[in-house]
Write a protein that binds this ligand. Sequence first.
Ligand code: DGL
Length: 259
Amino acid sequence: MNDTRPIGLFDSGIGGTTVWQAVNNILPNENTLFLGDSLNAPYGQKTKEEIIHLSKKNTEWLLNKNAKIIIVACNTATTNAITELRNTYKVPIIGIEPAIKPAALNTQTGVVGVLATQGTLQSKKYTEAQTLYPNVTFINQIGYNIVQIIEEGGLYSTELKDLLTTYLSPMVEKNIDHLVLGCTHYPYLTPILQQILPQNIKIIDSGLAVAKHTKKILEQQNLLKTDNKLGISEFYTTKNVEIMQSFIQQKGIAKLIKI
Ligand code: DGL
């Protein structure tokens, strides 16, 4: 059957558009709705209760627009709120978490760097996931202020480059060979990170894995849009449109709405 209802994605801001991109690359015919809650960004320093509250609000907003599946395109919301979301709503809920598994399985030095928000790194879900790899040393670094700077349009600022250098130098000294980007805003940092990090350090994120998993769930649950028409993507932001526009314009998409 041809299920034309949209895939709903949300994030605390523009970061989740990196996940949207991965989803759109492998499911180009699906209709999508993206909600960026930039008004309440960053989520990373909020309490678990606040993150659950905002995640429910975002999910309900997407469900009211008829989403057939929800992708929590935010590591902080996933690691703090996905259990509550799954217990509350009937549609499939896909989450995103730091990709420590491929890093842990492939590391040669046995040392892996993880850059993520405070909310993610201090969550029970993340701390438990790390214990699965007792032979790997994880260097966890909270990315204080990174999301704020990106949300304010400072992606290419010296301030951000300096901050990243401060966060990453100790990891390089400790001989990491993988850097896991545990926040969906961070893939936008990749060109800057490549300038800062030695070439042998592999930078990984979870966008593609989430997109592949979403495809599998849609197939299994008979939820795919099976006609051969390209999907329509709508982007919504709870703050001003300019910043989101600058990110989605690179993707050649026009439909952007402030709510
Ligand atoms: N993109 C969110 C994540 O993946 C950023 C969280 C925040 O707003 O601090 O964690």
